[in-house]
Design a protein around this ligand. Structure first.
Ligand code: DLL
Length: 443
């Protein structure tokens, strides 16, 4: 594999060339692929065929990319209702891999890949790593979970194809993570941002200062995180934190990835066609306007997804990025429609609480939101860890901090919350996706 060329504003790998396709060419690739995949889905997926027939739409009616709005949406319930294999569009003999995601409710959803689909996945993951400046010679510690979760194997194949050295450590065993990071000269890590925070938090206990290690980049995703969280991570570890986005239904990690400019993930549009729609009406949103991300897979053979409603809230921008990539960017996904909770009539997302907490000095980025009901009234308690210095400080200082945090939440979210300060390492850590909200109201 040839060496990478790294420019000050972006990195380049020969296989990253499609990231920079001139727009007319990109749109043409998208249209040709869209026509092909819609025909494939129509021919092989009964549910999709029925929905198109019911609307009186045929695959040949797709003449331009704008015609995509004629197609019906696909939703998570469609995957559950057809569990396990009802949306597969390839015969089992052509399917080389299955993954599954349990999500937060109900039955798992099962996703499938042909050999060709795995190659596409490998390609977009390679391009993801290249986009944030990783290359041959990098040593990548892959702490995403290996198994039915797509994070582990998705990142693994891409890192190997890049020519990097992969350490398939999977999630968990933080002491071993730190030992390996130090002893194997790890230069990049892949895991959820919350798990990385936990790793760096533990480092001093094992005599390690992460800032002294050759580690320079983190490929963080699989859960919502905020810009304030990125700043904390970068300040505490001395590395650059990049946002990677993806979901099992579409392929896994590698749907979108940030470049060195850290200005929001670029969608690999030659394989995934993005739309943003109004949550309620389903109508298209304008460029830059926030709504729900809808994705169509343009090449996936085993399980094509047509206009899949991700429930992730973001905005799409076609503003040029300094790196020169023509692929559009999404705004960091800090919230999911499903994560919203309503408390005393106010809609709240955990990420708003995160932003409010991290504005205040002394608060650590470890928190949990507990919802309860007292005498028919919703009560919200935000438990937040504070630095040891604060805990050893006077009661007055702690009360002052508590007040500041309450105020910050009130001004950010418009809600009075009970803030409970807890000692460092009290809140349960996750090796994968963090669970921010404990809703005990229904119990
Ligand atoms: O989390 C795939 C993945 C693995 C992505 C590793 C990135 C890194 P699922 O388990 O199906 O797949 O969960 C998908 O996680 O719809 C988002 O709500 C959330 N999510 C994923 N990446 C991000 C991100 C993997 N960078 C769901 N920012 C998605 C915010 C994210 N949310």
């Amino acid at each position: 594999m040839s060496k990478n060329v790294i420019s000050p504003t972006g990195s380049f790998h020969p296989l990253s060339a499609p990231d920079f396709l001139p727009l007319p060419q990109l749109r043409n690739v998208q249209l040709q692929r869209l026509k092909g995949i819609v025909q494939h889905a129509y021919d092989h997926v009964a549910l999709f065929r029925k929905r198109l027939d019911d609307r009186g739409v045929a695959p040949r009616d797709l003449r331009s990319l704008d015609d995509i709005v004629k197609l019906p949406f696909t939703e998570k319930t469609d995957l559950r209702d057809t569990y396990p294999f009802g949306l597969f569009a390839s015969p089992m003999k052509d399917i080389v891999r299955l993954h599954a995601s349990t999500g937060t409710t109900g039955k798992p959803i099962v996703v499938a890949y042909t050999h060709e689909d795995v190659q596409v996945w490998t390609n977009v993951m390679l391009r993801s790593f290249a986009a944030c400046g990783l290359h041959e010679g990098d040593v990548i510690q892959n702490a995403y979970g290996y198994g039915l979760f797509t994070g582990g194997l998705g990142a693994h194949y891409g890192a190997e194809a890049l020519g990097a050295t992969v350490i398939p450590i999977s999630g968990g065993n933080t002491q071993r993570q730190l030992m390996v990071m130090k002893d194997f000269g790890v230069t990049a890590i892949c895991c959820t941002p919350s798990y990385f925070l936990h790793i760096i938090d533990q480092a001093p206990e094992f005599g390690i200062n992460v800032k002294d290690l050759p580690l320079r980049a983190g490929v963080f995703g699989a859960e919502p995180w905020t810009e304030s969280m990125r700043r904390r991570i970068e300040a505490d570890s001395g590395i650059k934190a990049y946002d990677i986005y993806g979901l099992s239904e579409i392929i896994g990690p590698g749907v979108a990835m940030e470049c060195l400019c850290q200005a929001g993930p670029h969608i690999f549009e030659d394989y995934f066609y993005p739309e943003i729609i109004h949550l309620k009406t389903g109508k298209p949103c304008a460029d830059g306007e926030e709504g729900e991300l809808v994705l169509t897979t343009l090449s996936k053979k085993a399980m094509p997804m047509i206009r899949y409603r991700t429930r992730d809230i973001t905005a799409l921008t076609s503003e040029p990025c300094e790196c020169g990539r023509t692929m559009r960017r999404i705004k960091r996904i800090a919230r999911r429609a499903d994560d919203m909770f309503i408390i005393r009539g106010i809609n709240v997302y955990p990420s708003q609480i995160e932003t409010a907490l991290l504005k205040v000095e002394g608060a650590l980025p470890h928190y949990q939101i507990v919802l309860t009901r007292e005498k028919d009234l919703d009560v919200i308690e935000v438990q937040v860890e504070v630095t040891l210095e604060f805990f050893t400080d006077t009661v007055g200082a702690l009360e002052d901090l508590q007040r500041k945090l309450s105020k910050s939440i009130e001004s950010t979210v418009g809600l009075r919350a009970n803030v409970r300060l807890v000692q460092p390492r009290t809140i349960q850590r996750s090796e994968g996706k963090a669970k921010r909200v404990l809703d005990q109201r229904k119990m």
